[in-house]
Design a protein around this ligand. Structure first.
Ligand SMILES: [Cu+2]
Length: 298
């Protein structure tokens, strides 16, 4: 190979790396704000995958484009190409590189899950203490607040704060504290999903799933159901309010003095409207659970 060609190749590789790293940095702006400590880890992983993906995409399309432009057969050339058969070195190289890449991605992802300590109910039960030690290093050292009970049903979210016996259809959380939830479903499979936290956990019927994370940014975020759970599944959303510990305690105290009232429930509203209205789809549906009775209806 000529010195000039080698220099051109090195130049291309440097440009490719630069473009990939730049793309990886852009990836951070494609997401909602990082409202939980875990979101930083997830975004780092995503940025890494975007860089890697960009490198492979531009590398492959660049090589193909180069061949199409510079190694084209002549217009009336109908002769066969050179008979190339097998190349051990090349085969070893193109097998080894993807294997190493996949191992790299797998290790990186696994480490991030270990650091988040949300590997699912089984792992949470067995190696929880080990994973928590990891997680503690990335968070402020505060004692966790009481375990909040989360009940998902068709189609409502109900949160219960056992110490004050407060129930709410809006999830209030103190900022910079380790949050511990006990997730339960009254009927079918639901999914606890807060995009701004980058957290998603299935809620399985007849199981209590422990789930931990740390919100780091005050504000109002959206909790959605990430598993299709029936007709009014799209209405199964609510607000997550992250506030200072003072505001949080104040909210708890105020809510505790309020008498339980039925919360506004979109699924129940839509269902009764459907009965009254002239239009019926003809499809049977599960009747929504009655609007939950809570101290703090959203
Ligand atoms: Cu659901």
């Amino acid at each position: 190979m000529k010195i000039r060609n080698i220099l051109i190749l090195i130049g291309c590789a440097i440009a490719l790396t630069g473009a990939s790293l730049w793309m990886g940095q852009q990836a951070y702006s494609w997401f909602p704000p990082q409202a939980a400590a875990e979101s930083k880890l997830i975004d780092e992983l995503f940025s890494f995958l975007v860089s890697l993906g960009t490198f492979i995409f531009l590398g492959v399309t660049g090589t193909v484009t180069y061949s199409i432009i510079f190694h084209r057969a002549g217009k009336y050339d109908t002769s066969d190409g050179p008979p190339i058969e097998g190349n051990i070195t090349l085969e070893v190289v193109w097998t080894t590189i993807p294997i190493l890449l996949v191992l790299w991605i797998a290790t990186y992802s696994y480490n991030i899950y270990a650091e988040m300590a949300i590997q699912g109910p089984m792992e949470a039960m067995h190696i929880h203490t080990m994973a928590s030690a990891h997680a503690a290093t990335m968070e402020s050292t505060t004692e966790p607040i009481e375990k909040i009970e989360v009940l998902a049903k068709q189609w409502a979210w109900v949160f219960r704060y056992p110490n004050q016996n407060v129930t709410s259809t809006e999830l209030h959380l103190p900022v910079n504290r380790r949050i511990s939830l006990a997730l339960q479903s009254a009927d079918v499979l639901h999914g606890f999903y807060i995009p701004a936290f980058r957290l998603k956990q299935d809620i399985v019927p007849k199981q209590t799933i422990d789930f931990e994370f740390t919100p780091i940014r005050p504000g109002k975020y959206r909790l959605r159901d990430s598993q299709f759970s029936g007709t009014y599944f799209a209405a199964m959303q609510t607000d997550v309010v992250v506030q200072s510990i003072e505001d949080y305690n104040h909210w708890l105290k105020t809510a505790a003095t309020q008498k339980p009232t039925p919360a506004n429930n979109q699924a129940a509203n839509e269902y009764t409207q459907k009965i009254k209205g002239a239009f019926t789809s003809g499809y049977p549906t599960v009747i929504p659970a009655p609007p939950p009775l809570v101290n703090f209806p959203s």
